[in-house]
Ligand binder design. Sequence first.
Ligand SMILES: Nc1ncnc2c1ncn2[C@@H]1O[C@H](COP(=O)(O)OP(=O)(O)OP(=O)(O)O)[C@@H](O)[C@H]1O
Length: 342
Amino acid sequence: MKNPVLEIKNLSTSFNIKGDYYAAVDDVSITVHENEVVAIVGESGCGKSALALSVMGLHNLKNTKLEGQVNFGGQNLLSLSRNALNKVRGKDIGMIFQDPMTALNPLATIGRQIEEPMDYHMKLSASDKKKRVLELLRRVGIKNEQRVYEQYPHELSGGMRQRVVIAIALSCDPVLLLADEPTTALDVTIQAQIMDLMKELQNQMKTGIILITHDLGVVAEMADRVVVMYAGQVVEIADVKELFANPLHPYTRSLLNSIPANMEGKEKLHVIDGIVPSLQNLDRTGCRFAPRIEWIPAEDHEERPEMHEAEPNHFVRCSCYKTFYFPEDRVGEREYVATESE
Ligand SMILES: Nc1ncnc2c1ncn2[C@@H]1O[C@H](COP(=O)(O)OP(=O)(O)OP(=O)(O)O)[C@@H](O)[C@H]1O
């Protein structure tokens, strides 16, 4: 097994809402190894971004409580001071966010913005710095790099801007990349180009990547391992091929079943109604997916659902996966999950 670059252990992230704390990330443990792409998937509101922001220490701690460990480079990031965290962020961990326009400073040239993390984390002469920026621009597929170096974000297309954001993330040779919906804000053809670029860079650089997405097509193409989250909890973890071939948790099964392309050769599209409950309305105990599969008898769920290794390296929460089935009257229209990805 390769070396772990990041170990998230029993991480809980709770927000203060009107005086009480509610966990948007609930006891999550995930390990990312070098040269491994771990995708985190789930519907809107299941806690993916709250998890990413926790890893990066980007929550406002006035109303957020963090518990557990985020072990990286021999230290627990959750216990670092802001200064110490700044030394890691942007250097050893690069970030790629959803919307390149908001990630970039509209008032600074592209060259300046790629140089900025280098100024903070590396000691390079002005000419070496510029050389490195031009090299990074070429590496992310920008051909007229001299020109782009001088340009401002509004002068570039969305796809070019996301390439620049990737160049910034790579500027200090990170060992881990955290990409939160990196292609969602882009149109479909550009999405494919950016995914190809990320795959190519990953092969070259051997970094670990956490890829947060609701797009199962992206997962199938990029990920080595998949973590499925529902209502703040991990409900299933498996290698990508295993997960697509043998999804076990009812939530994962319904996510996969909601893709028409997956239905080739199968007769029916199965649907599970409902949405992820809001934080204040989450059941604190019991199977959180139970209200959406009320035809499964209560005794098939665990009182305190645990992760089980159902197959080697394939983990699933709650025993309900053993008896779960799609009832005939749920077969039909495609309503569930489709809303966010379309
Ligand atoms: N700062 C906050 N204060 C209170 N509640 C929050 C805060 N940030 C997120 N939440 C809540 O935490 C839950 C998880 O949100 P999160 O943004 O992590 O979901 P997500 O899976 O990333 O969704 P999306 O794909 O829409 O970004 C949601 O119920 C959300 O409303």
